[in-house]
Design a protein around this ligand. Structure first.
Ligand code: SF4
Length: 95
């Protein structure tokens, strides 16, 4: 039977999307920040991120959340216990 390249490509993309969505959902389902307001994790410039980071420290999905933020280049807010500056330093090295 000949292989239909288009169907195979679409099937591969579908499986990759399902896998990615499943991974994202698994950590988002236990996200402690879902119980806090968005201003808590997206504080105004110059505001403290200490409380958000403390909540992240107790979150089961912290590592996956941080990986997601680094992979998707999330620029704003606290993700996985790190501020945008801390994620930038982690990704690009400290200067
Ligand atoms: S690590 Fe922090 S930002 Fe990430 S899901 Fe948990 S509480 Fe939310």
């Amino acid at each position: 039977m000949p292989i239909n390249t288009t169907d195979r490509t679409i099937d591969t993309i579908d499986r990759a999307t399902d896998r990615a969505n499943g991974q994202e959902l698994s950590w988002q389902e236990t996200a402690l920040c879902a119980q806090a307001g968005p201003e808590f994790f997206f504080p105004a410039p110059g505001s403290s991120t200490r409380e958000a980071k403390q909540l992240c420290g107790a979150c089961e999905g912290r590592v996956a959340c941080l990986e997601y933020a680094l992979t998707h280049d999330e620029r704003f807010g606290v993700w996985g216990g790190l501020s945008e500056k801390e994620r930038h330093r982690l990704k690009h090295g400290s200067r």
